[in-house]
Write a protein that binds this ligand. Sequence first.
Ligand code: SF4
Length: 208
Amino acid sequence: MVVRLNVASTCVGTAALGPGFRSVVWVQGCPFRCKGCVAPEWIPDVPARLVGVEELAAELLADERVDGLTFSGGEPMAQAEGLAALAKIARRERDLSIVCFTGFTLNRLRDSGVPGTVELLSEVDVLIDGRYVRERDDGRGLRGSANQIVHHLTGRLKDVGYDFAGRERTTEIRVGEREVSLVGVPTADLLTRLAPVLGGPAPIPGRV
Ligand code: SF4
């Protein structure tokens, strides 16, 4: 059986979403409605790009410099089975670290019984958990707001000199043939400053 993911977007090779040089999968669909969500167009649970995990793994590893994957969204745990399969397949090809965002807390995930959750957690090196709270967005770190916790589920990324919680945020602006996108966790100030440059309201990360 082909395992498929419902994918909002991907990025092959970035330094803005975790240590090293990573490929990113943003899944489509999220059960939460955080005020100030940076990617509201990826909240609806609607078909976006339905792609098999084998094909997606090949896409994400197309650049041989990629040494890690980051799963974001949308809500990755809503597609835990598919992402666990993706991680396993990609890791058969290359030794990769895995970073995953989720709006659920780790404790809730461990007790959830949702298919694929345990399998995905067993693949993840760093889990950034909890919903985004705009009032607690301090503009620091890879997490969106200070209530979110960085869990080192393995020691792999603990001593690589990357401060997940407190580092200065970096954001890449990528210009493609059909769209301009932001990759990273942008500060509110960056979004405000970009708005007049690009025209219209504050741009949305993922698709500006
Ligand atoms: S959990 Fe993330 S993707 Fe979902 S609504 Fe909150 S900020 Fe947006």
